[in-house]
Design a protein around this ligand. Structure first.
Ligand code: ATP
Ligand code: MG
Length: 369
C-alpha cells in the first residue's frame, strides 16, 4: 500500500465574514520528508494555508488530514508541527538557551535531556556555544537560526516557515537558503516554506505550489513549473517569459508571428486561440535567414552574465532574448528556437483541466498501442 501523505487538503475553503473566500477549494498532498514551497504574490493565501496546517485557524469547509486522519478540530499544541515566523517571534527577555528550550520546558523534559537537546539543536544551526547570549545581542541571521533551533528541538514531523528569510540582506539570504536546504536534508523533517520570491522557490524546493487568489495554479517540481508553465499567471510569475498570442492550427502545429511552427503540444481544438511561452534563454540569435522568426532589435541591457535584448517581430509582438553576444539597436536579426522550446498554453487553463487533458492524451497513446 502506498504511504499516506503526511498532510492532505481536500477542497479546503476559508472565508472571513461575508468576503470572497481567501482559499477556494484548495486540494493538495504533502509527502513526508520533502521540502515544499508555497509561492505566490502578497495576499494569495500562503500564510492562511500555514495557519490551517498549524491549527491556528479552522477551515470554513473541506478536510485537513494528517497521515490520513482528519485534524480539522485538533488544537495547535496537539499537532506535531512547529512554525518559524517571519519576525522570528523570539522572547527578547530570554537568552538563546531559554528561547530554544521553551517548548521542552512546557513538556517538562528533564534538565539533562534538555541540555543535550538544546546543544544539539544549536549545533545543527551553527550556533554552538551561544547558549548564554542575550537575544538582543544577536544579528538578524543569528536570530533566524535561533528561531529554527527552537522549532527543530521539539523534533516535530513538520516545520512551517513563513517567509523566514525576507528580513535578511541578499548575501545572508543566499547563505541561509543553502543552510536551510542542507538542514532539511540532514533532519529528514518535512518542511513547508512560504515565499513570494520565485528564485528562492526554484532554488530550494522539491515541490512548489504556485498560488494566486486563493487557488493553486500549478504544483510540481521546480523544473516542471519552470519548463512547463500551464497558464499565463505561472509563466509570468516564474522567470522572464515571452508570452505570445497564437492559434493552435491542429495537434503539433501552432501559428504566431505570421508563421506556422511545429510544436510538441496536443489536445486543443482545431484553430483554438492559445498563448505560447518561449523562455528568453531558449532562443538563439542568428542571421535573418537562419532564424525561426525575423525581428528588429529595439533595446539592450547588459546584465553581467548576458545581454537582455528586446526585439519586435513583423506582427508587433515583443520578444525578450538573452544572449552572450551583443546586438545593435535597429538591426534585423533572426531568433531560432526548436519545437520543444515552444510551450502552448490554453487560455486560463486550471491545473485540473490541464491534468485531465494530459490524461486524455496519454490514454490516446495507450489506445494506439
Ligand atoms: N483574520 C482575517 N480576517 C479577514 N481577512 C483576513 C484575515 N487573515 C487574512 N485575511 C485575508 O486573507 C487574504 C490572504 O491572506 P494571507 O495572509 O494568507 O496572504 P499571504 O499570501 O500570506 O500574503 P503575504 O505575502 O502578504 O504575507 C488576504 O486578502 C488577507 O487580507
Ligand atoms: Mg503571509
Amino acid at each position: 500500500m502506498a504511504k499516506k501523505p503526511i498532510i492532505q487538503f481536500n477542497h479546503v475553503m476559508k472565508q472571513f465574514d461575508d468576503d470572497a473566500p481567501v482559499l477556494d477549494h484548495v486540494s493538495f498532498e504533502i509527502e513526508k520528508g520533502k521540502f515544499y514551497t508555497l509561492l505566490g504574490p502578497s495576499g494569495c493565501g500562503k500564510t492562511t494555508i500555514l495557519r490551517l496546517i498549524a491549527g491556528f485557524t479552522e477551515a470554513t469547509s473541506g478536510d485537513i488530514l494528517f497521515e490520513g486522519k482528519k485534524i480539522n478540530h485538533v488544537p495547535a499544541n496537539k499537532r506535531p508541527i512547529n512554525t518559524v515566523f517571519q519576525d522570528y517571534a523570539l522572547f527578547p527577555h530570554l537568552n538563546v538557551y531559554e528561547n530554544v528550550a521553551f517548548g521542552l520546558r512546557i513538556k517538562k523534559v528533564k534538565k539533562a535531556d534538555m541540555d543535550a537537546k538544546v546543544k544539539e539543536a544549536l549545533s545543527f544551526v551553527n550556533l554552538k556555544g551561544y547558549e548564554n547570549r542575550e537575544i538582543t545581542d544577536m544579528s538578524g541571521g543569528q536570530k533566524q537560526r535561533v528561531a529554527i533551533a527552537r522549532a527543530i528541538v521539539n523534533e516535530p514531523a513538520i516545520i512551517l516557515l513563513d517567509e523566514p528569510l525576507s528580513a535578511l540582506d541578499l548575501k545572508l539570504r543566499y547563505q541561509m537558503q543553502y543552510e536551510l536546504r542542507e538542514l532539511q536534508r540532514r533532519l529528514g523533517i518535512t518542511f513547508i516554506f512560504v515565499t513570494h520570491d520565485q528564485e528562492e522557490a526554484l532554488a530550494m524546493s522539491d515541490e512548489i505550489f504556485v498560488l494566486n487568489k486563493g487557488k493553486i495554479q500549478q504544483s510540481g517540481t521546480p523544473n516542471d513549473i519552470y519548463d512547463e508553465p500551464i497558464n499565463r499567471f505561472v509563466a509570468d510569475f516564474i522567470g522572464e517569459s515571452n508570452i505570445i498570442r497564437a492559434t493552435m492550427i491542429q495537434d503539433f502545429l501552432v501559428e504566431f508571428a505570421g508563421k506556422q511552427f511545429e510544436c510538441v503540444d496536443q489536445g486543443m481544438d482545431p484553430n483554438e486561440a492559445v498563448e505560447i511561452v518561449i523562455r528568453p534563454e531558449d532562443m538563439e540569435i542568428t542571421s535573418v535567414e537562419q532564424g525561426s522568426i525575423r525581428v528588429t532589435v529595439q533595446a539592450q541591457l547588459f546584465r553581467g552574465v548576458h545581454y537582455e535584448i528586446t526585439c519586435m517581430d513583423d506582427t508587433g509582438n515583443e520578444w525578450l532574448v538573452q544572449s552572450t553576444k551583443k546586438a545593435t539597436i535597429g538591426e534585423e536579426i533572426g531568433l531560432r528556437f526548436t519545437p520543444e522550446d515552444i510551450h502552448v498554453m490554453r487560455l486560463n487553463e486550471s491545473e485540473e483541466d490541464f491534468d485531465r487533458r494530459l490524461d486524455a492524451y496519454s490514454e490516446d497513446e495507450n489506445d494506439a498501442k
